[in-house]
Design a protein around this ligand. Structure first.
Ligand code: MF3
Ligand code: CO
Length: 295
């Protein structure tokens, strides 16, 4: 992949980032650094994955709604509530704040949010027939569009009295994300981060889903790269300032094997019926580490 050579710029032209500065005084050295990694064989981000300060502003405004919606769910979620009621809150809160739920009609998805209960790994479809029960663990995965900018996050909720072993799965999965966030450093690799996440899950006796992972996010819902949490250090894409992506490992208590519910073509379950947990944040890579934009 030779991306940066085809994007050579005039040294005196205005920088591609929109700063208004001359290229040579702005991102030229940065581009050359990326090019060096590319020549050494590294997978490097294309320029269209690097967010400008205007993009970041837009994504942060979208994220503000995204966070507020999950805060609202955190306040209202309770035993006896249907997952359809969660969907209603997500739709109404998002729209009231001027946003659009990104899930709704995305590739034909029928609802505004994903609600994945117990052995549902992800993409649980809200329904009036799914009633939250004492002891359930549920992931609410919410995505927002504001002025064309995308934000994405998910949280786990424990309903009533949850088995301590299940609660531990929820807690350790949150720690996995926190460890992932700490491992996001510019000029290191996505695989360094993915491996740190994976290792913490393994150390606690859990497995991590391989087939589904995170993604670049901001100007589109799902951008490159695919973000794996079973990756090896020094592999996958180079992380550089301006990249924006999600950290959202799906951690299983038992096997990492999963299957899709044929009846709806969306919902993913653990093959052994044991519980799965997931937390998701969206991060922006900075000069020193990363900034967490959603949670
Ligand atoms: N929010 C999910 C993610 O974290 C994607 C859900 S797509 C949907 O990437 F269509 F199922 F809503
Ligand atoms: Co996501």
């Amino acid at each position: 992949m030779v991306q940066f050579t085809s994007q050579k710029m005039d040294r005196n032209a205005p920088c591609w980032c929109g700063s208004g500065k001359k290229y040579k005084n702005c991102h030229m050295a940065f581009d050359e650094k990326i090019r060096e990694y590319e020549l050494k064989g590294a997978l490097v981000p294309d320029r269209n994955l690097l967010k400008t300060s205007k993009d970041v502003e837009g994504i942060k405004a979208s994220a503000k709604i995204n966070i507020a919606v999950l805060d609202e769910i955190a306040e209202k979620i309770h035993e006896g509530m249907s997952t359809q009621e969660i969907d209603d809150i997500v739709y109404n809160t998002t729209v009231k704040m001027g946003g659009i739920p990104a899930d709704l009609h995305y590739e034909g998805y029928p609802k505004s949010v994903c609600t994945s209960v117990n052995d549902q790994v992800c993409h649980g479809i809200p329904s009036p027939d799914v009633i939250l029960q004492d002891g359930d663990i549920v992931n609410v995965d919410c995505s927002t569009i504001l002025n064309g900018y995308f934000s994405d996050s998910s949280r786990m909720f424990c309903i009533g009295e949850v088995d301590p072993a299940w609660r531990r799965l929820v807690d350790v999965t949150k720690e996995c994300v926190e460890i992932g966030v700490k491992a996001v450093k510019p000029w290191t690799f996505m695989g360094d981060m993915g491996n740190a996440v994976h290792q913490h899950a393994l150390d606690n006796g859990y497995t991590v889903v391989k087939e589904i992972g995170g993604h670049g996010c901001g100007l589109e819902f799902h951008e490159d790269p695919f973000v794996s949490y079973v990756s090896k250090p020094g592999t996958e894409m180079l992380m550089v300032p301006g990249m924006c992506f999600t950290i959202e490992p799906m951690v299983n208590m038992g096997t990492d094997e999963i299957y899709e519910d044929d009846s709806n073509g969306w919902s993913i379950y653990t093959a052994d019926g044991k519980p799965s947990a997931q937390w998701e944040v969206q991060v922006l890579v900075t000069e020193t580490g990363c900034e967490v934009l959603t949670y």
